[in-house]
Design a protein around this ligand. Structure first.
Ligand code: UT7
Length: 335
């Protein structure tokens, strides 16, 4: 039949209405980390900028941390759970293959019947989620979308591997995306380079892990830090500039730069490569929080909002990058 079909129509524009975060209670120092690896507090601070990180306890599950962060984001946005049409959870450390943890989180939040799914885009996951939510609000497939970045990377870290033991951490960050009369989320610039997938990867499949000669072996994350570092510094500054150009925003117009909290030296190098003016406030949550992958950007924004460093209506550039290698960046208006 040649009958025409209608396409969805939603809001003219979308924006982020509120952020929220959850930081596990237990603070882990570098002194504690180096009990398992040949390293030092000085080396870890100098090479990564990390002073402390947080690890979740048994009760601080992916679900519990997500519900806490999303609940805070909804409260900050002034949105009730029954107004939420979709829940997107970005995580690589929810240890069940199925069902998506997003369905259970939506239910616990009270977002009954909301569309709910997980995405696996590692450290780019929050920006991927915001990109998806922006499109969903503007095409009308959901009026309000909760985007959650959550990790319990301490479960997947080999605490005796000195190339990763000090870097990865746990936490959850969330944002509520909803309709807006003016543009609040710039075009997403995103992509991937699977030819470099081996640089950050679970070392073996679950199947291989269970059938290891000599007994089951936990499939930890492995990272070739230095090539990832160089890729992040050179390639990601270019992607960040593309996101600025796509939004029509110059570095002079920018109020804040919130990159994925991977390494303080990567942040410093990107600030330099982008020639960010001194007035641009830069997220440095990694010092206290470590690298929380998909959670790092919303957690860093929450900290800067709570300390008064960010104000409503200001313009921020966010960029996530990591395993895949996957990346995504966009300019946002702060709620
Ligand atoms: O979030 C997803 C994306 N992830 C990232 O963006 C992480 C990117 N990578 C990094 O942040 C950095 O590569 C690390 C912080 C992981 C490592 O820093 P680096 O400056 O790249 O160190 P490196 O691997 O090049 O190692 C430099 C030296 C080596 O010794 P030699 O060969 O120079 O004698 C390593 O053996 O440091 C040594 N080293 C350590 N020393 C003390 C490596 N790890 C450690 C350690 N403690 N934990």
């Amino acid at each position: 039949m040649s009958v025409p079909i209608k396409s969805g129509t939603g809001a003219a524009y979308a924006r982020i209405l509120g952020f929220g975060g959850y930081r596990p209670a237990r603070v882990v120092t570098n002194e504690e980390i180096i009990q398992n690896i040949d390293s030092s507090d000085e080396w870890i601070q100098a090479r990564s900028g990390i002073v402390t990180r947080r690890w979740a306890n048994a009760e601080e599950t992916v679900q519990a941390m997500s519900v806490a962060a999303a609940g805070k984001a909804l409260a900050n946005a002034g949105i009730q759970a029954d107004q939420v049409g979709a829940v997107i959870v970005s995580t690589v450390s929810h240890l069940y293959q199925t069902p998506a943890i997003a369905t259970v989180i939506a239910d616990e939040l009270g977002a009954k019947g909301a569309a709910a799914f997980d995405i696996s885009a590692a450290c780019a996951g929050f920006c991927y989620g915001v990109g998806l939510a922006d499109g969903m609000v503007r095409t009308g497939s959901a009026e309000h979308v909760v985007v959650i970045g959550v990790e319990r990377l301490s479960d997947l870290t080999d605490h005796h591997d000195r190339s990763t033991a000090f870097i990865f951490a746990d936490g959850a960050g969330a944002a509520v995306v909803g309709p807006s009369d003016t543009p609040g989320i710039g075009p997403v610039v995103w992509g991937s380079d699977g030819s470099q997938a081996r640089l950050i990867t679970q070392q073996e499949s679950w199947h291989q892990a269970f059938h290891t000669e000599g007994g089951a072996q936990w499939p930890h994350l492995r990272m070739e830090g230095n090539p990832v570092f160089r890729w992040a510094v050179w390639e990601m500054a270019r992607v960040a500039q593309q996101a600025l150009d796509a939004a029509g925003v110059s570095t002079d117009d920018l109020d804040a730069f919130i990159p994925h909290q991977a390494n303080m030296r990567i942040t410093d190098a990107m600030v330099k490569a982008l020639k960010l003016p001194a007035h641009v406030r830069v997220a440095r949550d990694i010092a206290q929080q470590g690298n929380t992958s998909a959670a790092s950007i919303p957690l860093a924004i929450e900290r800067m909002q709570e300390s008064g460093e960010l104000k409503s209506g200001e313009t921020a550039l966010i960029i996530g990058f990591g395993a895949g290698l996957a990346y995504a960046a966009q300019v946002i208006k702060l709620p």
